[in-house]
Design a protein around this ligand. Structure first.
Ligand SMILES: Cc1cc2nc3c(=O)[nH]c(=O)nc-3n(C[C@H](O)[C@H](O)[C@H](O)COP(=O)(O)O)c2cc1C
Length: 346
């Protein structure tokens, strides 16, 4: 049998899993963790890197906050060798401030600067930032050029398909960004008006791939290893970015890499392995934020880790009422022990 028939990850155009050169920064593979505000902090990024994500991205950081030396923004942008190379995403609508924020992030250790042109939130778009930049292509172009001029590291952009279905201009904008010199473009296959509803349109991303020179990363609704392959096949993109699909399942990256490499479908980790990952995550939150902040951040992660597992609603309630992080550790231990006894693997 021909290799491409045996291995679902082989197509006429070659292997689906490969390194990506982002303006001189070579990342080990083309399966990335998407930026998620309030979620993709250092502890989660490090975990996803450990499970093989080729690149991780910070939460969106306000350019204003960075240039004002806001402590929280600086913490969001801080990085370490364990997650190198970090892509830091900045948002804003003022070219000078965006340039300043890019420079400061480069000094803080960002290997790549990403410009947010896709955030749909009202409080962001009303300032002309995020997805609103898709309605002001000239301003978007000025911002891209001024950020590129400000830093030595590669600059990338992440955008949606357009503001709404009547004004889908992703191809024109991507072409202009590529000509301006961005090193990579990520496209979330929805418009701003869609927010997160409906299905991401992977075919529309394929049009961007055809239109530009630089690598294009496809994003939206990749939940399983099979979605990953399907999305790469449909879009012809250089890589994919996974956001919500990795919540409570950082091991998804390992499953996707294995499937793209040779078609091997890895099961989810055993419950005792999952418990180990939960502990690693909780310890990461405590080390990075301290015990108090770790307590309230742990609640959403515990909800994601336990989603679909037996007795998860009771576990979630316990965690939500926990008085300190030690209680969360204890409830997690008891829960996973109980799950082990009741043999309720997902
Ligand atoms: C809670 C949440 C926060 C997000 N924050 C950001 C962000 O900071 N920057 C950004 O470019 N996209 C952000 N996004 C969009 C995601 O990066 C991604 O484009 C979108 O969720 C579709 O991918 P997915 O289906 O794999 O989640 C966010 C999405 C969600 C659900």
């Amino acid at each position: 049998m021909h290799a491409s028939q045996e291995n679902p990850a082989l197509t006429a155009s070659g292997l689906m899993l490969h390194q990506v050169n982002i303006g001189g920064v070579t990342v080990p593979n083309n399966v990335f963790l998407a930026p998620l505000a309030g979620i993709t902090d250092f502890p989660l990024r490090r975990l996803c890197r450990r499970f093989g994500a080729g690149l991780v991205v910070s939460e969106m950081i306000s350019s204003q906050a960075i240039v004002r030396n806001n402590r929280r923004a600086a913490k969001m942008a801080s990085t370490s060798r364990e997650e190198y190379p970090l892509m830091v995403q900045i948002s804003g609508s003022d070219p000078e401030i965006m340039a300043g924020a890019a420079r400061m992030n480069q000094e803080l250790g960002a290997a790549i600067i990403d410009i947010n042109m896709g955030c749909p939130q009202r409080k962001i778009v009303k300032t002309g930032a995020g997805a609103a930049l898709m309605k002001t292509p000239e301003l978007a172009h000025t911002i891209i050029c001024s950020v590129i001029d400000a830093v030595k590291c590669p600059v990338t952009v992440k955008m949606r398909l357009g503001w709404d279905t009547a004004s889908c201009n992703v191809v024109e904008l991507a072409r202009a960004a590529s000509e301006a010199g961005v090193a990579m473009i990520t496209v979330h296959g929805r418009t701003r008006s869609q927010m997160f509803s409906g299905q991401a349109d992977w075919e529309a991303i394929a049009e961007v791939v055809q239109a530009v020179e630089c690598p294009v990363i496809a994003n939206g609704d990749i939940i399983t290893h099979r979605d990953a392959l399907e999305c790469l096949k449909i879009t012809g993109a250089h890589g994919i970015m996974i956001g919500r699909g990795a919540l409570g399942r950082p091991w998804l990256f390992k499953q996707v890499l294995s499937f793209l490499e040779d078609g091997t479908e890895l099961p989810a980790p055993s419950l005792s392995e999952q418990y180990g990952i939960v502990r690693e995550h909780l310890n990461g939150l405590v080390d990075f934020y301290g015990r108090k902040t770790a307590l309230w951040l742990s609640r959403k992660h515990m909800a994601w880790y336990s989603k679909g597992l037996r007795g998860s609603s009771r576990f979630r309630k316990l965690v939500n009422y926990a008085q300190d992080i030690d209680e969360v550790f204890r409830f997690a231990e008891e829960y996973y022990q109980w799950l082990g006894q009741h043999d309720s693997a997902p």
